[in-house]
Design a protein around this ligand. Structure first.
Ligand code: NAI
Length: 403
């Protein structure tokens, strides 16, 4: 912070990284750099930005868009160029790449750095502790439940669209042994602007249980469990195409998560989990300006304009012939870093989860994994998940000792 500006390293090269990099570059109080390790993204991004800079297009609730143009910023594939100076490292990538980013930053991360998972997704803290080892103790680790916006790249390296911004976002903090000269939550809030309003949970178990990462696997299950392999002639609307039955399954899994939180609170009343909230009020609160009909979870999803145009993940195998894409992050990310983590925590809390088990069994079949056997998370591939069991936590007390 020699020049008074906080140094921010944004990890990633996708939609969220584009959105955050643009916002950071628009602030005079930050010096931002982007670290992207994927393929040739760093050089492509630099090239695309070189002439005209970078544009953030923000959808206004009343219609139309605000356009913010910012000057080019530093983008690199080399962690040693972006991490050693960074006061704040924000990881904005699908969770299946977190291990790669944590491994890359580990040799360079400075004492007292703040590491933020935006979103962290369930198990983020356990993975930070596992990968960073003793370095984790000198860092502050923050993890947020979701991305602040629904956002999509409009033109790689040049333009990103904010389709809708959440009103509030819950995070958790694991403090290291260093005293910070800045408030990490206030810093992130000033980077994001007034919305979403950042709130802090009591502990990371609360944000893990607050995750909505199960939504995609459950919706994929609801849509394709009876699909027999024939190509579709069009791509259905994803969220807005949710059926009543799919919405009921979402409610049932959210019930199981609530049961897990209640069981832990009964066993250990000192562990605060009051913020764990059912999916239905969460969706309605988070998208309060873009939902037309908030009378049920089904209608809230079907009438949310922030989801306009979002289609089922599919692959076009021939013109106009579509197959569902089970390699999409809706399963590849949200099963090992979502549903499986929730299942693992429920198991440690002694809560039975028949609906989660049914969905997990279907998902593992599509993904070629062995995670759940009977009703237990003990398949040979659980090490690929971020369930507590994958990191060797085999009792609730062992897990709670990390809070
Ligand atoms: P994305 O799908 O745009 O991420 C793609 C990027 O991830 C790539 O550009 C690359 O940088 C990296 N990547 C992909 N495969 C990789 C690999 N094999 N190795 C290394 N890097 C790889 O993701 P997005 O949209 O930025 O989302 C980030 C997180 O936020 C995800 O967890 C997502 O579920 C969550 N989220 C996203 C929302 C959105 O509207 N974009 C809304 C709510 C949550």
């Amino acid at each position: 912070m020699a020049d008074g500006r906080l140094k921010v390293c944004i990890c990633g090269g996708g939609n969220g990284a584009h959105a955050l990099a643009g916002l950071a570059a628009a602030h005079a109080q930050f010096e931002s750099r982007v670290l992207t390790l994927y393929q040739d993204e760093a050089s492509r991004w630099r090239k695309m930005m070189a002439d005209d800079g970078f544009v953030i297009s923000i959808k206004k609730p009343e219609g139309g868009n605000d356009q913010i143009r910012v000057r080019p910023f530093h983008v690199t594939a080399d962690a040693s160029e972006a991490v050693p100076v960074a006061d704040v490292i924000i990881i904005v990538v699908p969770a299946f790449t977190h291990h790669q980013y944590l491994t890359a930053i580990k040799p360079h991360v400075k004492r007292g750095a703040v590491i933020i998972g935006l979103p962290g997704q369930p198990g983020f803290e356990l993975q930070c502790l596992s990968v960073l080892q003793e370095k984790a103790g000198h860092c502050t680790i923050l993890s947020y439940e979701s991305l602040p916006w629904a956002t999509r790249i409009a033109e790689f390296g040049k333009k990103v669209r904010h389709l809708g911004t959440k009103d509030a976002l819950l995070g958790s903090i694991v403090k290291g042994d260093t005293t910070l000269s800045f408030d990490p939550v206030a810093t992130l809030q000033s980077l994001l602007g007034g919305k979403p309003q950042l709130r802090l949970a009591s502990n990371f178990l609360e944000t893990n249980l607050m995750t909505k990462a199960y939504v995609h696997p459950v919706m994929m299950h609801a849509k394709y469990k009876d699909w027999h392999g024939e190509p579709l002639t069009e791509r259905p609307l994803f969220y807005q195409g949710l059926t009543k039955e799919g919405a009921s399954e979402l409610v049932a899994i959210s019930d199981e998560v609530m049961a897990t939180a209640h069981a832990i609170s009964r066993i250990r009343p000192d562990v605060k989990l009051e913020n764990v909230e059912h999916l239905e009020p969460w969706i309605i609160r988070s998208y309060n300006h873009t939902i037309k009909d908030p009378t049920s979870l089904h209608m809230a999803m079907a009438t949310n304009s922030a989801y306009d145009g979002l289609l089922d993940p599919m692959i076009e195998i021939a013109p106009g012939r579509w197959m569902p894409d089970f390699n999409h992050r809706y399963l590849q990310e949200d099963v090992p870093f979502g549903l499986a983590v929730l299942k693992g925590i429920a198991e440690l809390a002694g809560v039975s989860t028949p609906v989660s088990d049914r969905v997990l069994k279907w998902c593992q079949q599509q993904m070629g994994l062995d995670l759940i056997v009977g009703s237990q998370l003990k398949g040979k591939d659980i090490y690929l998940t971020r369930s507590p069991q994958a990191f060797g936590y085999l009792t609730l007390n062992e897990l709670l000792a990390e809070l």
